[in-house]
Design a protein around this ligand. Structure first.
Ligand code: SER
Length: 310
């Protein structure tokens, strides 16, 4: 039986990943952890423990106590929050990752952690961004993500830890809202459309970024972790995306369902600068070839589903 420990389990990816993993592998197979406890499905449907990923000792003792064989390390500060407090971001994002990798090495577990489109920078090719390319990000989040990719590859090569990862684009979900990211505007726009038929975007019209619907993101994690190791030429981390879009594209897709939806702009220079340093659309060929990545939702099917469910 699989025994998976998920950190950041109450976060945007975590809450849906835990529920899906419990559906696939059984409720008791998934230990959800986070720095706080909430009255929610993740906490009630299976084992849950408080864990601050900076506490290496507790991290290791939980892995021992629950006989963990897979770690999915999600706890991190997102791009805009990291830019507001870069020192804290380094401490949590890198300190937490090193602790998680050490627990994986000590307990011989499989390991997943997400990287991001934030691992690219202004001199990365903007369109069809290759899997292997220039990575000189200009944000603390990006510095964390590139360092994390390298560190995971290092643990694989040096210690034989089975580390795997993807570079997630902006993730869109009707379950848990993101917090402190640059791509959050897309999620907020659906809620604005549903609640007020209006949204004011902090990202400028014409700014393209990669996006993906959460069910595709969750499926990608499970598929990558199940993939035959011998097929993986890359490990940390695979480009994955389903949609390349700018604010007007979302507005148009929303207007098919809410025709009088109004989009206006009040640009936030900090998040706009982050967005402009990231690719417009990334190339996911390596993920397709090495483990069969194939997202199901495009902008229109995602919009229909989002507007129906929120
Ligand atoms: N969605 C993330 C962010 O905006 C990108 O990884 O920070």
């Amino acid at each position: 039986m699989k025994k998976i420990l998920v950190t950041g389990a109450l976060g945007q990816i975590g809450s849906e990943l835990v529920m899906k993993l419990r559906e696939v592998y059984g409720n008791d197979s998934v230990l959800a952890t986070d720095i706080r406890k909430e009255d929610c499905e993740v906490v009630h449907s299976g084992p849950f423990e408080i864990l601050d990923v900076q506490d290496a000792k507790r991290f290791s003792s939980l892995a021992r106590e629950y006989h963990i064989d897979t770690i999915m390390h999600l706890a991190a500060l997102l791009s805009a929050k990291a830019e507001a407090n870069p020192q804290l971001a380094w401490t949590i994002n890198m300190g937490g990752l090193v602790n998680a990798l050490e627990v994986a090495r000590e307990h011989n577990t499989q390991f997943f952690t997400p990287s991001s489109i934030g691992a690219f920078g202004p001199n990365t090719p903007k369109s069809r961004t290759p899997q292997d390319t220039i990575q000189r990000p200009t944000t603390m989040y990006g510095v964390n993500k590139v360092s994390g990719e390298l560190l995971c590859d290092y643990y694989y090569q040096k210690f034989g830890v089975d580390t795997r990862g993807v570079r997630f684009p902006g993730l869109i979900s009707y379950v848990t809202k993101p917090g402190g990211g640059t791509t959050d505007y897309a999620v907020e726009m659906y809620y604005g459309a549903k609640e007020n038929k209006a949204y004011t975007s902090y990202i400028k019209s014409g700014t393209y970024m990669d996006m993906m619907y959460m069910p595709d993101a969750i499926h990608a994690i499970i598929q990558l972790m199940e993939a035959d190791s011998s097929r993986l030429i890359h490990r940390n981390a695979f480009n994955v995306s389903a949609i390349s879009a700018e604010p007007e594209d979302f507005a148009q897709a929303i207007r098919k369902h809410i025709p009088d939806f109004q989009l206006s702009y009040d640009v936030d220079p900090i998040r706009q600068a982050i967005a402009e340093s990231w690719p417009n659309s990334i190339n996911c060929q390596a993920a397709k070839e090495e483990w069969g990545f194939q997202p199901k939702f495009d902008l229109h099917s995602m919009s229909e589903d989002m507007l129906e469910k929120i």
